[in-house]
Design a protein around this ligand. Structure first.
Ligand SMILES: Nc1ncnc2c1ncn2[C@@H]1O[C@H](COP(=O)(O)OP(=O)(O)OP(=O)(O)O)[C@@H](O)[C@H]1O
Ligand SMILES: [Mg+2]
Length: 285
């Protein structure tokens, strides 16, 4: 079988639901071993895109390659190489996490140890509780565990940590990092921008079915949003300034202060965060 070097290649992807164009020409390449984040407001087309890549939805047009195959063919061989957290899981109401994981593991040629995955997902104490008795966050942990148990090469996580408490979210981040260290490829959607900043090698910001920006989270900020410079002025009030050119602004502010024989109290310079960039790019005109 011939393999493309990239894990995912998408070009000119379009998806219409009736008259509505949910995805309007998306191009994305995700390298093997990369953690790639899809960000964007509700209804941007993230789940549509991800589910086309998973083989769960048909595309209207465009080229898609996942681990060298077209997911529309729904081959079993491809299924065994990918793991999925759907945005809406929760189909296992009558069975326990341990049973669900054992069942799911049986579809994969080289599954992970079910007990280890129960620990990874923080479900040890609920391993034998029927799923309908689990809390929302615990059910989401089960979804996450199900995506890992097959030990797949490529993992799709559609809002995997929604509903997680802060500790569970940090644990999930650690798991994603350890998967990355094992060389797995991860495509993740999230509304938690600090999650994308913490995990993703690159992100794409999507709105109305189009990509507005793509790149490493730290580099997206450059040129898009402004640096914030804050200090306490002579009257005791906090002064906040925004600038594209913090070097020049700091030079001027510091020069003036030194001439007066003063210092800039509580001076700080903040880079634009991914959230600043996101809000600026996705704001309605
Ligand atoms: N099965 C469907 N039939 C018709 N329209 C749909 C269908 N699924 C999604 N849509 C529409 O397509 C658009 C994109 O939806 P999608 O679920 O891909 O968004 P999303 O980016 O995942 O949003 P969220 O952040 O809320 O999960 C939305 O306007 C939605 O109403
Ligand atoms: Mg979605």
């Amino acid at each position: 079988m011939s393999e493309t070097p990239a894990a995912i290649e998408v070009s000119a992807l379009c998806k219409r639901y009736g008259d509505y164009e949910a995805v309007r020409g998306i191009d994305i390449t995700v390298q093997r071993g990369e953690v790639f984040g899809l960000l964007g407001p509700n209804g941007a087309g993230k789940t549509t895109t991800v589910e086309i890549l998973e083989g769960y939805r048909a595309r209207t047009s465009g080229e898609v390659s996942v681990l060298g195959q077209d997911p529309a063919n729904r081959s079993i061989e491809l299924r065994r190489r990918i793991g999925i957290v759907l945005q809406s899981g929760g189909i296992y109401s009558h069975i326990t996490p341990r049973e669900a994981l054992r069942h799911w593991a049986s579809f994969y040629p080289h599954p992970r140890d079910v007990e280890e995955v129960l620990d990874l997902a923080g479900l040890r104490e609920k391993a034998d509780v029927r799923s309908r008795r689990l809390s929302g966050g615990q059910l989401r942990r089960l979804d996450f565990a199900l995506a890992l148990v097959g030990d797949p090469e490529l993992i799709f996580l559609d809002e995997p940590t929604t509903g997680f408490d802060p500790e569970a979210r940090r644990a999930a981040w650690e798991t994603v990092r350890s998967l990355r260290e094992l060389g797995k490829t991860i495509l993740l959607t999230t509304h938690y921008l600090e999650e994308a900043q913490a995990l993703a090698d690159r992100v794409a910001i999507v709105k109305d079915g189009r990509i507005l920006a793509i790149g490493p989270p730290r580099e997206l900020g450059v040129g898009a949003a402004h640096y914030r410079v804050v200090y306490r002025g002579r009257d005791g009030e906090l002064v906040e300034l925004q600038t594209d050119d913090p070097t020049r602004l700091l030079h001027e502010l510091a020069g003036e202060a030194l001439e007066r024989g003063e210092s800039l109290q509580e001076l700080s310079v903040a880079r634009p965060t991914l959230e600043d960039v996101y809000l600026e790019l996705t704001a309605d005109a």
